[in-house]
Design a protein around this ligand. Sequence first.
Ligand code: MG
Length: 390
Amino acid sequence: MSATRDFDAGLAPYAALEARSRGRRHAEPPPQGRGEFQRDRDRIIHSNAFRRLAYKTQVFVNHEGDLYRTRVTHSIEVAQIARSIARTLRLNESLVEAIALAHDLGHTPFGHAGQDALHECMRDFGGFEHNLQSLRVVDELEERYAGFAGLNLTFECREGILKHCSAANAAALGEVGERFLTRTQPGLEAQLANLADEIAYNNHDVDDGIRAGFITLDELMAVRLVRRHVQSVDAQHPGLPGRRRVHETVRRMINEVVTDVIRASSERLAAAQPADIDAVRAHAGPLIGLGVAVRADHAELKAFLRERVYRHHRVLRMTAKARRVVGNLFQVFMDDIRLLPPEYCQAATQARQRDGAQGIARIVADYIAGMTDRYAILEHRRLFDPAART
Ligand code: MG
């Protein structure tokens, strides 16, 4: 019975429907007892890259404390927010979950600092974009299946993973890069996963920032979205102890923003009435989004976090270290590819024959981007500390 289940049942006509999927790059028999997008999600969860997210920095380095978000708990929070909204809007919950869990698979160690450092190293070799790297992970780098490299995900999932892309890179990607050249939209599930990413980090970074002692709830009273919820929490629960006051506030903030996405997106969808996913893609702008007022409040919170958390001297100090570690690793491998692990050295040798120095650089970037924070630190020690055991 399950093999004949209709996984599109109950979805809106403009959702990503399995029946209309553009399919996988390598043809495969349909999955048994689960849908195509569920299979995507399952493949992502079983990948090496997904497990590594547990040891990659979101904002706070993994070893600074057990309660901070890592890339994996961040990705799960993104999936949770995206799924709640998808269900209410009758979008494809399985697809949005798959995109959310995969969106950071290509992220370097040490958060944005690592990404910026690697991009700088790769300046003369085509650059480094973490969205593009996430796609490269699922398309090429994972080694799990006999019949193909990568995870062979559906087009709709790959489209969602590729959130941003430069025109030059898009041109080389074929079908999945087309929308960056034609300036069209991705499906609604991709739009939603993208927005849920932003909602997740804006809210969890309030919590993490307070935990780290970078900011206080009192200082956050300068931000409208926070202020109105602190005030309502205080009015309803005077004298609430610190952590509960913070968590009760943040949960109300998330609730307001999520409710606003549902309301504003429903209005836009009702006005545009896209017949199907192709009409969504051809629409003049994204149909999933925040309303005007909450968007402004969310932007205000984002600006506060940028100033007070992401540019905090302790974060900047970590950024400087990350830059050095990534920069040093890159240079040492570029100077002598024999220092790479054997399988990467072999890949670099082949890439050199094909693309010269640019080919080597891409393999070195793959190796570094795949590292967890602690692995990068260990590898750096092994290469630069003469007393380190090799
Ligand atoms: Mg993210």
